[in-house]
Design a protein around this ligand. Structure first.
Ligand SMILES: C[S@@+](CC[C@H](N)C(=O)[O-])C[C@H]1O[C@@H](n2cnc3c(N)ncnc32)[C@H](O)[C@@H]1O
Length: 251
């Protein structure tokens, strides 16, 4: 989309917001702990270990939020997605993935973020305001969230891997149905197999329904402080990677 990129100013404001209360070293340690829950100690997610402290919340907001913004923006651009009027962002946390898609739409789409965490919904509202996106965020179950009328975008970025088997099945059926009704459904997940062991089954179902599967590697131009945070926590942020499933409208 034409016009100045609001990402740099958003990232600066984000740093000021979170580093007013915590030091860089505290955020770095929290980012290491958070990343370990995501990658090695996944059983702890169900116990609520992801957002159980101010440090981990800030770490998510300062690192994963912006990284997901940049990744989803690149995916939306590469797939040339049709602009929906509204985007439902399932498991939105800080809302950056939905906002990234909305900012690529002309006219800009409205975003409805849904997350089971009350902290996440509040943080997403802040993100939408900073990025100039018309957005709302509520605390609710992502699997049961009402779907906006078509043509809408339904986005699940890094959320499906947190669902148990039964709600995950229900969500897949809902995404296929949303696309049949004329909306676009986009699922983004990490490439790591152990994070999303259900992926092959979903990919097959999506292909059978007329959708597509992609794997992505981008070289992002990160703000220096974001690259520094990733490096300090031992994360490789030179490449943005992920895989996606796309169910195009009107399958
Ligand atoms: C890794 S985060 C998603 C990241 C975010 N979409 C992004 O791209 O930055 C997963 C989120 O899903 C939320 N979540 C997991 N299961 C949920 C459910 N059943 N209903 C609502 N939110 C859920 C968690 O609270 C968490 O905030």
């Amino acid at each position: 989309m034409e016009g100045p990129d609001p990402f740099a100013a958003y990232h600066e404001a984000l740093e000021a917001r979170h580093l007013a209360k915590l030091t860089f070293a505290e955020v770095r340690r929290a980012l290491q702990a958070l990343s370990s829950v995501y990658v090695e100690r996944r059983g702890r997610m169900a116990e609520g270990a992801v957002f159980d402290g101010a440090g981990k919340r800030a770490a998510f907001a300062l690192y994963y939020g912006p990284m997901h913004f940049l990744l989803v923006r690149e995916i939306v651009r590469a797939l040339g997605l049709r602009a929906p009027r509204r985007i439902l962002d399932l498991g939105c946390v800080t809302g950056t993935a939905g906002a990234a898609w909305a900012l690529e739409c002309e006219p800009r789409a409205r975003v409805d973020g849904v997350d089971r965490s009350g902290w996440a919904a509040a943080e997403a509202r802040w993100t939408f305001a900073r990025l100039g996106v018309d957005g709302r965020a509520t605390r609710a179950d992502a699997v049961a969230a009402p779907l906006p009328g078509p043509p809408a975008g339904v986005l699940a970025a890094f959320t499906v891997n947190e669902l148990a088997e039964e709600p995950r099945r229900r969500l897949l059926a809902r995404l296929v149905e949303a696309a049949r009704m004329g909306s676009t459904a986009l699922v983004v997940e990490p490439i790591a197999r152990r994070v999303s062991p259900w992926w092959p089954e979903w990919a097959e179902a999506v292909r059978a329904a007329g959708g597509r599967e992609d794997e992505w590697r981008f070289r992002p131009d990160l703000p220096d402080r974001l690259a520094l945070l990733g490096r300090a926590a031992g994360l490789d942020s030179r490449e943005l990677t992920g895989r996606s499933l796309l169910l195009p409208p009107g399958l």
